[in-house]
Write a protein that binds this ligand. Structure first.
Ligand SMILES: Cc1cc2nc3c(=O)[nH]c(=O)nc-3n(C[C@H](O)[C@H](O)[C@H](O)COP(=O)(O)OP(=O)(O)OC[C@H]3O[C@@H](n4cnc5c(N)ncnc54)[C@H](O)[C@@H]3O)c2cc1C
Length: 251
């Protein structure tokens, strides 16, 4: 990956670690041992709510503290919670989710503070927008992934396209892949993912706005996105993806 010698293996379980002279020497996998000097485990995040549970606060199905829209802990009086320790609601599925991100922690903290101070503010929930970068590869997502749409019971189509971040003839234009997931019956955008080398990840914000506002892929095809050669092809990759999804829905 990224030309840096990173060997990505998917669908392979890690079953143990081998040591030599008290130091790790290999990761044991279903694919055989992989020599290693250092092992970093990235296994997901769980809310640390032990203190809250000991204090008698409710703990939700996700393991996070459940709150109302104003970030007041459910079934309590004068207790407020925000950030990685709380669960929130996914605005597409309506289900409780634990999405520990700084973007939510900041908004929830602000909402809690306003309410504690006697004002009125609400945190509506999340659509699961996130972005990251591995070497020079940008990756972003919003809404539901296919597995999540499946689990929630949606019948959906997916449309994947490849395009460029700038006009193809422009210097340093780089490829990006956009994948959309749309509800079969209504055409509503359920989610999207973008992978690319440059100026790819933050394009997810346009998809996040579409998901947040319940737009259909048909509506998205003619949205007035900016075009100039240094910034995008004349059809932005998001519009190209929406057109493909629309065509798949209507034949
Ligand atoms: C490596 C890394 C990269 C990240 N990158 C992103 C990103 O790019 N975008 C994004 O949106 N989010 C990102 N996050 C997630 C983001 O940092 C968290 O969601 C956010 O910081 C949560 O805020 P918080 O206030 O709930 O918790 P924290 O920021 O963890 O703050 C909790 C505080 O409580 C203190 N504390 C804990 N227990 C006690 C106790 N018993 N008594 C007193 N104090 C206590 C802790 O020391 C800490 O200071 C990243 C997280 C990590 C680890």
């Amino acid at each position: 990956m990224c030309g840096l010698g990173i060997d990505v293996r998917t669908g392979v379980a890690v079953t143990g670690l081998e040591t030599r002279d008290g130091r790790v020497s290999a990761v044991v996998t279903g694919d055989g041992p992989v020599p290693a000097d250092i092992v970093v485990l990235g296994l997901g995040v769980r809310p640390n709510t032990a203190l809250a549970a000991e204090a008698g606060l409710p703990i939700g199905v996700t393991g996070g503290i459940p709150t109302d829209l104003r970030m007041r802990v459910l079934d309590t009086d004068g207790v407020w919670a925000a950030g990685d320790c709380v669960q929130t609601v996914h605005l597409i599925t309506g289900q409780p989710v634990h999405v520990p991100l700084g973007t939510h922690a900041n908004k929830q903290g602000r909402v809690a503070g306003i309410n504690i101070g006697g004002g009125y503010a609400t945190f509506p929930g999340v659509v699961g927008t996130a972005a990251t970068k591995v070497c020079d590869l940008e990756v972003a997502r919003t809404g539901l992934r296919e597995q999540e749409a499946e689990k929630a019971g949606f019948a959906y189509i997916t449309a994947t396209i490849e395009s460029t971040n700038r006009a193809g003839y422009f210097p340093d234009s780089a490829l990006m892949t956009v994948k959309l997931i749309a509800e079969q019956r209504t055409g509503r955008l359920l989610g999207g993912q973008i992978v690319g080398k440059a100026e790819a990840a933050k394009r997810i914000d346009a998809l996040a706005m579409a998901v947040w506002n319940g737009m259909t892929v048909d509506e998205m095809t003619m949205v007035d996105l900016a075009y100039a050669p240094p910034f995008s092809p004349v059809w932005d990759p998001i519009l190209v993806a929406a057109r493909k999804a629309s065509k798949m829905l209507h034949g």
